[in-house]
Write a protein that binds this ligand. Sequence first.
Ligand code: DGT
Ligand code: CA
Ligand code: CA
Ligand code: ZN
Length: 578
Amino acid sequence: MSDRPLTNRDIADIFDTVADMLQLKGEIIHRILAYRRAAESVRELPRDIRTVAAEGKLESIDNIGATLAEKIDEMLTTGQLSFLEKLRQDIPDGLVDVLRINGVGPKKAMLFFKELGIKSVPELETAARDGKLATLPSMGAKSEKKIIESIEALARRSNRVRLDLATVTAESILQELLALPQSLFGSVGGSVRRGKSTIGDLDLVIASREAAPIMDTFVKLPGVITIHGHGPTKSSVELSNGLQCDLRVIPPENYGVALVYFTGSQAHNIKLRALAQEQGWTLNEWAFTATDGSGKQLLYEREEDVYKQLGLSYIPPELREDRGEIEIAREGKLPHLIEIGDIHSDLHMHTTWSDGKLSVMEMAQVAKARGFKHIVITDHSQSLGVANGLTPERLRAQREEINQANAALGPDFRVLQGTEMEIRADGNLDYPDEVLAELDVVVASLHVGLRQERAQVTQRLLNAIRNPHVDIIGHPRGRLIPDREPADLDMDAVFAAAKETDTVLEINANPHRLDLDDVHAQRAVELGIKLAIDCDAHSAGDFDLLRYGVATARRGWVRADNVINTWSTEQFLRWLES
Ligand code: DGT
Ligand code: CA
Ligand code: CA
Ligand code: ZN
């Protein structure tokens, strides 16, 4: 246990653990529910429980009587609960986790513990895989198999999820709930709204005067497999795709404060609260409350007004990571971040010439329909055999097709010929200079030899950056989300070379990549390096991924003028010539 004072959430968690343990002990339901309800009330409490305790008013909290008030006082004073410590002597901690497995209730958990000595989820998994559960009374091969599946689902859940899966799920649930007549307006919150590259769980906030029907619909949505909570202001469910989703429903006049709170990040919130405190207010998820004891409250429906109250300019969600945004918002000097609408081109995509799904003409039509002014076709180069990389001869044949597409598309749209050229494992580039000279744009990427040692892999990238024909480095660090770490590059050397040679670094918008990431994009901008944001599209639908690249850029404090995709076709062509 840390020295940090216990929060409302900590105390609620302890009460829930007590309830779990009592359940395992076979206690009467009445007693278990008392702890569950207390946990819920403390978790929902709009004030800091320490303040309430200091005022001696713990018993004014719903579901808290004299006994539980005493227990809260004990926890606040000692940092722990002796009752829970006592329960722990009979019931191992890990058994509480066993209850989280679908299909395992307290009776079965105790059966496994008593008969097989199972004290944790890993032990349960081993026993299930060894076929030991099936031999127990009231168990069988089928229930054993179900337990293995549930354990696998739990393991998937504990991993963070890619931004695109989380975003699409969150938005579709939000849309469904906003269609209800009781819903006034709402938003996705949490790390999805901040555009983080990986997501722990989904957070939704909806304004309404009548929460119950919205909550009822929410917990019965088709994708819901487990209901973790179903209350008047907060509900929480687990979806079949392994994601957990929290929903808050609040009155419209509290919406602005609530949305700020549930968008986070936690570090950003802590700074905001400290700022409020300096100004004589406590700020929680509902409102500002005066610290002078007058009971005066300030409610805001709009986030803008919350920041204004704190003396800050509006802070876009992507910046809310406590990376200096609050201090700079105080001076009113936040940059105007790039938006999707600023982007007029895509400079990295694949066609049927290599591993794409559409022809040159089809890609051009899709891009044009999306409002782009120019695109660069960058199929893979010759050494990438698995992706049907192009020989110089095939490149020349492709040029014919690109010329025909341009003739057919007219003057308002331009297709340029490029390549996504391999930087080979030996450090050589995949085409000789005379072939590169024939192309309009050269994107160079690392796909092989990513695990080479730092000096070697860095030198390969520097070779590409220093080649005068190379315009853009594709997905520079070579990470794949969630499994593959980036190459061990000396990024200072990479940035220095990019700056010196005016080579552009890409933010690859594919949510498997998001590479450069936010932190490196920010560093590149500080150094005056140009960026590109490209979808690396292999199909028509891949253009939808642009938003994730833009979110990553915004998290890196990137402005429109840092990104060459915002340029007109003329400006882009001029830069290529220079
Ligand atoms: P995630 O889900 O791990 O990707 O990250 P978040 O940022 O979505 O975190 P989550 O879902 O735990 O909470 C959503 C927001 O609610 C979080 O960004 C800030 C706020 N929040 C939740 N719990 C606390 C808390 O105990 N203290 C503070 N200060 N803020 C909290
Ligand atoms: Ca979350
Ligand atoms: Ca959450
Ligand atoms: Zn590519």
